[in-house]
Design a binder for this molecule. Sequence first.
Ligand SMILES: Nc1ncnc2c1ncn2[C@@H]1O[C@H](COP(=O)(O)OP(=O)(O)OP(=O)(O)O)[C@@H](O)[C@H]1O
Ligand SMILES: [Mg+2]
Length: 378
Amino acid sequence: MTASPINPFRPTAGKRPPVLVGRDRVFQDFQDGLDYGPGAPGRLMRITGTRGTGKTVVLTELGAMARERGWTVLDETASPGLGERLLDRLVSPTRWSEASVKPSVLGVSLGEVKLRPERLPLTLREALGTKLDALEKKGCGILITIDEVQGGSRDELRALATAFQHLVREDRSVALVLAGLPNTVSDLLNDDVLTFLRRATPEALGKLGDFDVTWALGRSFTSSGMAVASDELAKMVQAAKGYPYMVQLVGYHVWQTTRRRLDGTGTVTGDDVEQGVSVAVDELARNVVEPVLSELSPTAVAFLLAMAHEPEEAPIGAVAARMGKTQNFANTYRTRLLDACVIEPAGRGRVAFQIPYLREYLTEHADRVALRAGLDIE
Ligand SMILES: Nc1ncnc2c1ncn2[C@@H]1O[C@H](COP(=O)(O)OP(=O)(O)OP(=O)(O)O)[C@@H](O)[C@H]1O
Ligand SMILES: [Mg+2]
């Protein structure tokens, strides 16, 4: 009996996709950073992108590249406790858990670090330095990846940045990659202690190209035993709109629909695509569109509802008029929504939706959206 085929797609946050689409430049920049040695631009990067564009996936990939070269990789998120978690990993956590009292790290016990955050940069620098002494002899180094910088404790990021900066100045073999939503990362760049991040190589993760998505989807289907004609493939690519999470959602649900219909492998039909895409769109609405809307103020939602009535590249003046407000008023919300990566500039005085299917969702569920936001329904 043959094992039943497994759906290759991974519509799950942070999960490696079956075929990684694009992002070659980021990987090349990082590779160059590792090759060129201490101080190379690719050893300090900031990765930005809206939700579901693949920031975590890129960090995992960079970690794998570094590990392949024998580097030690410390993957962390910026949530509070970052400094202590890094120290724990640098000074062998197994040793700690065996001991009833934590021994001192380089003269400072971890308990003391907690109480004296001002020592954190120095302690981190020393702990990293000690680890590097051994690694550099083998031609390796340490990569630190920090995900979700938007949820970060600013003090701890500062401590890490200070330690990192010193190590770079000493020509040590370290690399640091930060990832987060575009607006929070640009906030960080204005922080006095974190200004050196402005020199970090910026990698903005945008939409994936249709050509690459076609190839990746096609390959994932065929290598899991399903045949798919180019027309069906083209429809899936169109539905994914170059959005990495949607590529996985569409692939997953079309695959599931086909598999269920056939109870095995086979050929994807036009109906399978239609059904699969419709489930994918619903799931995207639940997991991305609705949470994004729920975080916005009623006026921001009113702005978006007005925008959905305009052409795809909506003139701000028309949006303001629809809201019954001045252009200045509308501009305040334009800025907020740009910062939140919900919309994007689309030429002079115009904006477009950045989140895929948000426009369609607002058009289809205008009343429900308005009610939820506490707005009067026209
Ligand atoms: N380059 C890519 N090619 C194909 N699929 C991808 C790619 N990058 C990410 N994905 C898929 O997109 C989804 C989202 O990826 P990921 O969780 O890395 O995004 P993110 O930017 O970290 O999102 P968030 O802001 O919510 O943390 C996952 O299902 C992942 O498998
Ligand atoms: Mg992520």
